[in-house]
Design a protein around this ligand. Structure first.
Ligand SMILES: Nc1ncnc2c1ncn2[C@@H]1O[C@H](COP(=O)(O)OP(=O)(O)OP(=O)(O)O)[C@@H](O)[C@H]1O
Ligand SMILES: [Mg+2]
Length: 443
């Protein structure tokens, strides 16, 4: 080695060759390090892209992502909504936050029992049965197990009779949180998500207790189970019933399911058992109609010299509370119409709507209310009239029976094959139907 070094020193050419070799080796080392670094960076970038893609896919497939976004805001607003500050501090799961969107604002609960006209008997019973135990669960639970609120109440009756109003009034009077449960909130296209949402309904109700879970048109969700029901729907209902049973046994938790229905006979008997207290909310009688009219017109500009609510109530047989509201709405529009009356050929845009002042409007008179009655008929009347007209029309045009059509078609085919037009039996006399046989005679 020593000899080789001294030899190289003695021979400058050799020394040059050795130096070049060293340089080449150094260059190779640098290149190798560069390759390793490049491989490492490519690997890190690959992992990062993989992470981003997986994360993106997972986020894309997260079925509650969108709703959760809305839920975050709700959590802050929830305490204010339910008018109970402690709720804002609750820890809610993503699913509970989605259901929290369905909690009605205290303001959305409108008036209490005194804004509901008539239904005195129902209001009294409901107050004792639902409002008091929700308001003072402590008081009721101390005195045995029977003295508590029922876990389910059903309001049934004609449309527009005040069922939803009653449910809201219970929440308002008792201070309970009101979950207005819509089926569209529970139905999620992702497998298993609906069941998680159903379970969130009850867990949220538990956290917000006292709580009312209100299901309007309950028969559309919990109707008699039929063969047409698909598996996820059956599983959703089963989950709902099981959780409901859970609150039935937990008598100390003030949670109540309130259902409202126009078609109680369509309800599953198993559901009816869980709604042990059922109240019929009928169409108002004349006395109740007078009371509803009084409440509806309370803040309106009415000429009580001419308006006699008793007489009007007697004339509005068959009107529901909601029909009476529409009637009053139509009547209070009449003074507005008077001011905005368009002369023949006048244009709508030429009207001085901005210049119109409330004090320019005259009072509502009995004549306005009677005119409004001509426009607003009791619910279903217009539909029934239409149905009557339609069936009369159908009877009139029902001269062509299926048997007659069969005969006509077969004869038409025959004529196409034979090249002549045969006579349809009975057609000559304008009769409906036929015996299905051809007499074979041509016209
Ligand atoms: N008894 C009542 N007193 C005062 N207003 C009433 C009464 N019943 C109905 N109304 C009026 O009719 C409106 C509709 O009532 P509500 O929604 O409670 O009817 P409903 O029985 O729930 O009808 P549906 O069966 O169609 O859901 C109310 O907002 C209210 O203005
Ligand atoms: Mg309703």
């Amino acid at each position: 080695m020593l000899r080789r070094a001294s030899t190289a020193r003695n021979f400058p050419v050799l020394e040059k060759v050795a130096g070049g070799r060293r340089n080449a080796e150094r260059g190779q080392d640098k290149r190798a390090i560069g390759v390793v670094l490049l491989e490492w960076s490519l690997m890190v970038a690959g992992y990062y892209i993989l992470y981003l893609s997986v994360n993106g896919i997972v986020t894309m497939m997260d079925p509650v992502k969108k709703d959760r976004g809305a839920g975050v805001q709700t959590k802050e607003a929830l305490g204010k909504k339910a008018d109970r500050s402690e709720i804002a501090r609750l820890d809610l799961s993503p699913y509970e936050r989605i259901i929290a969107n369905e909690v009605l604002d205290a303001e959305q609960l409108e008036g209490g029992f005194d804004t509901i006209g008539g239904l005195e008997q129902q209001k009294r019973e409901i107050f004792e049965l639902a409002v008091l135990p929700l308001k003072r669960p402590d008081l009721f639970n101390k005195r045995g197990k029977l003295l508590g609120s029922p876990k389910g109440i059903l309001f049934y009756g004609a449309p527009g009779t005040g069922k939803t109003m009653l449910a809201k009034a219970i929440a308002r009077e008792s201070g309970a949180a009101f979950i207005n449960l819509r089926m569209s909130t529970l139905t999620n296209k992702y497998f298993g998500e609906s069941n998680k949402l159903v379970s969130a309904v009850f867990s949220l109700a538990n956290k917000l207790a006292p709580t009312i879970i209100f299901i309007d048109e309950i028969e559309s969700f919990l109707r008699v189970r039929g063969r047409g029901d698909d598996a996820p729907w059956i599983s959703l209902k089963a989950e709902f019933m099981t959780l409901w049973d859970g609150i039935l046994t937990e008598s100390a938790v003030p949670i109540m399911v309130l259902g409202a229905s126009n078609r109680p006979y369509d309800l599953d008997p198993a559901i009816l058992r869980r709604l042990p207290r059922q109240f019929e909310i009928p169409l108002p009688d004349p006395k109740q109609r007078a009371e509803i009219l009084r409440l509806l017109l309370k803040e309106e500009h009415v000429d009580y010299e001419s308006v006699k609510l008793g007489a009007l109530a007697a004339e509005t047989e068959g009107y529901s509370g909601s029909d009476l509201k529409e009637l009053c709405r139509a009547a209070v529009m009449m003074p507005v119409r008077d001011v905005m009356y368009l002369p023949a050929g006048g244009s709508l845009t030429a009207l001085d709507v901005d210049g119109l002042q409330a004090e320019h409007l005259r009072q509502v008179t009995m004549e306005d209310l009677r005119n409004a009655m001509k426009r607003v008929k009791p619910t279903g009347h217009a539909a029934q009239d239409y149905e009557r007209r339609e069936s009369a029309h159908a009877e009139h045009t029902a001269h062509i029976s299926p048997a007659f059509m069969n005969t006509a078609l077969s004869l038409l085919l025959q004529s196409l094959v034979q090249g002549h037009v045969p006579q349809v039996p009975g057609a000559a006399h304008g009769q409906a139907g036929g015996d299905g046989r051809s007499n074979g005679r041509s016209v």
